[in-house]
Design a protein. Structure first.
Length: 127
């Protein structure tokens, strides 16, 4: 029988494998400048009192930011996301997350760096 903690973690991570958890931990140590900037504004419940996690493992994926309470994933994309292959991967990933009831908001790194207030407004309006 699963403990309360195990049940909570299973819901929080949706059956994530240990390798995905390890990848998430490594990504937390190598955030982009845009991720660092947005994290400074999301952490400690600064947006509408909602708790966000960074580089959070869900199923077989790692999302940049995640609010479990609102089932909201936030992804920041750089130029790497312009390739057809990456676009298809991102689309498949979003479909799977949507099947879990998770909404995905995507922003370009440049948006965060130049228009962070607008990004925060969009996030806040969803919350």
């Amino acid at each position: 029988m699963l403990s309360k903690k195990d049940t909570y973690l299973n819901k929080l991570h949706l059956g994530t494998r240990a390798s995905t958890q390890k990848n998430a931990k490594q990504l937390r140590g190598a955030q982009t400048e845009a991720e660092q900037k947005l994290w400074a504004l999301l952490r400690n419940k600064q947006v509408k009192g909602k708790k966000f996690r960074r580089q959070h493992a869900i199923a077989d994926y790692v999302v940049d930011f995640y609010c479990y309470e609102c089932k909201l994933a936030i992804e920041l994309d750089g130029n790497y996301h312009n390739s057809e292959e990456t676009k298809e991967y991102d689309q498949a990933r979003t479909i799977l997350l949507n099947e879990y009831g998770i909404t995905v908001l995507r922003f370009w790194n440049e948006e965060v760096m130049k228009e962070v207030e607008r990004v925060l407004e969009k996030i806040g309006s969803y919350l």
